[in-house]
Design a binder for this molecule. Structure first.
Ligand code: ADP
Length: 166
């Protein structure tokens, strides 16, 4: 059984993340989408909220499960007996950081855990969770960036009236 973990902050989940999840689900028998519980950041959504949103949005994908983790990704992967990590690559700016992480994880796991990169679909290449947060914080339209449920939840977090996006 070919399993992979797709780790990330997903704060919030974007259509770019959904695209990576859907494509990865077509390549592996089982994908674990796992929310990083990073205590140093002050997130918009709690880990529990992000897990709930991800479960809702991946309901139609039977081979996708949702989880969360803290600490070293490599320890989590080994605990789950998973040897593949999925990451998305948007632009050259992602590359240096992702390359360093992938190599570190490979070394830390004694070559047992590899990272597979999916290049972004062009229509989502510009999308990041941080830009979604920024746009929403100024009452901008995020309907082309995130699933509808997420848009409503993000606007509520910022205490804004949801725009009529019809
Ligand atoms: P961000 O980097 O926006 O904070 P995450 O940490 O949640 O997002 O990202 C998890 C993974 O998803 C990373 O590998 C990231 O490069 C990838 N990713 C994020 N947005 C996109 C996108 N629009 N297209 C493809 N991959 C993406």
């Amino acid at each position: 059984m070919k399993k992979a973990i797709y780790p990330g902050s997903f704060d919030p989940l974007t259509l770019g993340h959904m695209d990576v999840i859907t494509r990865a689900a077509g390549m592996f028998d089982h994908i674990i989408v796992s929310v990083l519980n990073n205590n140093e950041k002050s997130p918009l959504f709690s880990v529990e909220e992000r897990v709930t949103i991800l479960k809702e949005e991946t309901r139609q994908l039977p081979n996708v499960t949702v989880d969360s983790f803290s600490g070293l990704l490599i320890n989590y992967a080994q605990k789950k007996d998973v040897h593949v990590i999925i990451r998305g690559l948007r632009a050259i700016t992602d590359f240096e950081y992702e390359l360093q992480m992938a190599q570190t994880n490979r070394i830390l796991s004694n070559g047992k855990v590899d990272t597979v990169f999916l290049t972004t679909s062009l229509e989502y290449a510009y999308l990041s969770s941080s830009s979604v947060r920024q746009i929403a914080s100024f009452d901008g339209d995020i309907s082309m960036c995130v699933p509808p449920i997420v848009a409503g939840a993000v606007y509520r977090k910022y205490g804004l009236r949801q725009q009529d996006i019809e």
